[in-house]
Ligand binder design. Structure first.
Ligand code: CP
Ligand code: NVA
Length: 302
């Protein structure tokens, strides 16, 4: 049966660990300039209903480095954008492609695509989840901290697609995760409940300092995600005090690392000093999108 990558929660710890091992191997090969054509002649369609810099470029370049071929499919210029149903699009594209990545709004669009496609489907971000990003984040933490053992992770800000994927990751890997989220912006209840049944060390608070105290990994994201632009001003008021800045870092572990999936809004969810400062690993994190997604592609389509 074909396999998809829609949520971190769908894969076992062993499978995810294997992705990290392959990511490290492919990264080392790429750095040495060694060819690694694991997807020779294979094609990946990339459907985008939202903007992207990292996801688009890392998937396209990743396919080329694996010997395959990416097709960028801007939904506005396909029949999908004119209302052709996902179930038809999925079956047609499956006749041409070896894999499909989709970035969309409603998470159901991703699961529908996966249900009707006979080729692997990868979630390149939905309103609910951003699993490829969190896999790259986790791999970046492994590079800097060697293992997840004894680490406290914290999330400061919106209970959004990134936060939900971090909660799924905490459920699989069992690490301590503290989320500081303003009232009314909590993560998905079903995801949180499921994760807490597997890992009781997932704390939800409205106090960023409580979440950051002694934390080894600090993570944040924009206050208004794609599709929420009209809420920007309200959110700016509601998220006051939820900035990752030097004051917050002062209560964290002295060796902490700071993650941000980017794009970042300096002076909102993160201060320029922290984003550009010695604890920030955001550009390693962005680079690792490439290596980790190549491993996911090779696992699904190899
Ligand atoms: N972090 C991330 O997914 O970036 P893009 O929106 O640029 O793809
Ligand atoms: N939460 C953000 C992530 C962007 C990569 C969004 O959905 O817009």
């Amino acid at each position: 049966m074909k396999k998809d990558f829609i949520s971190i929660a769908d894969w076992s710890r062993e499978e995810l660990d294997a992705v990290f091992a392959l990511s490290a191997e492919l990264k080392a090969k790429q750095k040495r300039g060694e060819p690694h054509p694991r997807l020779q002649g294979k094609t990946l369609g990339l459907i985008f209903e939202k903007s992207s810099t990292r996801t688009r470029v890392s998937f396209e370049v990743g396919m080329v480095q694996l010997g395959g071929y990416p097709l960028f499919l801007d939904s506005r210029n396909t029949q999908l954008g004119r209302g052709e149903p996902i179930e038809d699009t999925a079956r047609v594209l499956s006749r041409y492609l070896d894999g499909i990545m989709i970035r969309t709004f409603a998470h159901d669009n991703v699961t529908e695509m996966a249900r009707w496609a006979s080729v692997p489907v990868i979630n390149g971000l939905s309103d609910l989840l951003h699993p490829c990003q969190v896999m790259a984040d986790l791999f970046t933490v492994l590079e800097h901290k060697k293992s997840f053992q004894d680490l406290a992770f914290c999330w400061i800000g919106d209970g959004n697609n990134m936060a939900n994927s971090w909660i799924n990751a905490a459920a699989v890997f069992g690490f301590e995760l503290r989320l500081a989220v303003p009232k009314g912006y909590e993560p998905d209840t079903a995801i949180l409940e499921r994760a807490r049944a597997l890992n009781p060390r997932i704390l939800l608070t409205t106090d960023p300092r409580q979440a950051a105290r002694g934390a080894h990994v600090l993570n944040t994201d924009v206050w208004a995600s794609m599709g929420q632009e009209q809420e920007q001003q309200q959110r700016q008021r509601d998220f006051a005090g939820f900035q990752v800045n030097n004051e917050l870092l002062a209560v964290a572990d002295p060796e902490c690392v700071v993650l941000h999936c980017l794009p970042a809004h300096r002076g909102e969810e993160i201060s320029a000093e922290v984003l550009e400062g010695p604890h920030s690993v955001v550009f390693d994190e962005a680079e690792n999108r490439l290596h980790v997604q190549k491993a996911i592609l090779a696992t699904l389509m190899g």
